[in-house]
Design a protein around this ligand. Structure first.
Ligand SMILES: [Zn+2]
Ligand SMILES: [Zn+2]
Length: 386
């Protein structure tokens, strides 16, 4: 038999059978970090596999062919986990908008601390791998006469060191563009840190707690469930485990149902900042409802969904991303649908996923007050509504 040597034939068979096991991680890496290298390597390998398939058929190597067919079907099933697969439609919400008496002097600001360049295919099922999705990393300052709160902190100064605690493949699929940490933006704007009463976490993942150490002595509010989750050994909470534990402060959901969520916590007793448990992305994830004096309302939903579009279309995260994070799929569905029923009857509530850059942009009020950093650049004002 002419053509390939024994070793060459073995290599062709190996490429057809084992190749999909390499294309799959390349495809996954590309969704997380749309680099030309991952794309070219994936396409090149896929073409090589097809060429090997053709050789197998031409040479009638049926045993190798069956094995190759099996791994290639497994690969297609894996790709299928990125296809659209919406949650069922939720039942309507028979509830009125809860009362709130936000005091004069309240205002909110966004402090952008960086961007993670990914694709929509990474963010939600049905998302395009060819559409770049910029996952923004923000902190939100809520000014309140009883004490300001910072919702999440975004990236801190030591994010480089923190990232080194992450698994190699996670770092490979992460393309961070860091801007100024929230603490530095506030300092540059002359913000009086004595006003800051709490840091309130939507959840304990690295990209939400990275800047916590820049606010020494400020209590960090987390649910007991999230604290237990942080104490577990997951890589996504390694940054949180590096924080001085004495700053963490549990709180209980001692209030009744709120907008379809079972329990709630009214932080200052005036309905202006209400926290509800929304487990799934992490066990202790919360949604934070903020109402401002002029009537504007926001729901900061953390990572329950990564894009508002996901909520509208009820699309879950792709299987791999959800698995990597260690989500509880049933709880995610329940929390997403609870949030989904609010969106239609209460358009006054602006639902803001933590990483949805387009949503943050659409919530901006160009006339807003803003913090100005030492370089004279405006940090992005979120709202001047009071
Ligand atoms: Zn998260
Ligand atoms: Zn996040």
């Amino acid at each position: 038999m002419g053509g390939f040597s024994r070793a060459g034939r073995a290599l062709l068979g190996f490429c057809a059978v084992a190749g999909p096991a390499l294309v799959a991680p390349l495809a996954a890496l590309y969704t997380g970090r749309p680099s030309a290298f991952f794309l070219a390597a994936g396409i090149g390998l896929a073409l090589a596999i097809l060429a090997c398939d053709a050789w197998i058929v031409a040479r009638r190597r049926w045993i190798t062919g069956v094995l190759a067919l099996a791994t290639q079907i497994a690969f297609l099933i894996f790709l299928g986990t990125y296809a659209a697969s919406p949650f069922p439609a939720p039942s309507p919400l028979p509830e009125a908008l809860p009362a709130a008496s936000p005091p004069a002097g309240m205002a909110i600001y966004v402090l952008p601390t960086g961007v993670n360049h990914r694709t929509s295919a990474f963010a939600y099922r049905g998302g395009s791998p060819w559409e770049q999705w910029d996952s923004v990393l923000n902190a939100v300052l809520v000014q309140h006469p009883q004490g300001d709160i910072l919702i999440d902190t975004g990236l801190g100064r030591t994010i480089g060191t923190q990232l080194r605690q992450m698994p190699f493949l996670f770092r490979l699929a992460t393309d961070l563009e860091q801007s100024r940490p929230a603490a530095d933006q506030l300092d540059a704007a002359g913000y009086d840190r004595q006003r800051l009463r709490y840091i309130l976490l939507t959840h304990g993942h690295w990209d939400h707690v990275s800047g916590v150490p820049h606010f020494p002595g400020v209590p960090v509010l987390v649910t007991a469930a999230e604290r237990r989750f942080i104490d577990d050994d997951g890589f996504a909470t390694a940054t949180a485990r590096g924080i001085d534990r004495s700053v963490f402060q549990d709180y209980a959901f001692d209030g009744g149902p709120y907008l379809g969520f079972d329990r709630s916590r009214d932080l200052y007793g005036d309905g202006s900042i209400v926290i509800v448990p929304a487990p799934g992305h992490t066990p202790g994830s919360v949604v934070i409802f903020v109402s401002l004096p002029a009537g504007a309302r926001y729901a900061f939903v953390g990572d329950l969904v990564w894009e508002l579009l996901v909520l509208v279309e009820r699309e879950p995260r792709p299987w791999l991303a959800s698995r990597m994070i260690g989500e509880a799929p049933v709880a995610v569905e329940q929390s997403v649908l609870r949030l989904r029923v609010i969106a239609t009857p209460f358009p006054i509530i602006a639902i803001v996923p933590a990483h949805d850059g387009r949503r943050w942009q659409s919530c901006r009020h160009s006339s807003a007050r803003s913090f100005v950093d030492a370089g004279g650049r405006h940090t992005v004002p979120f709202s001047s509504a009071r």
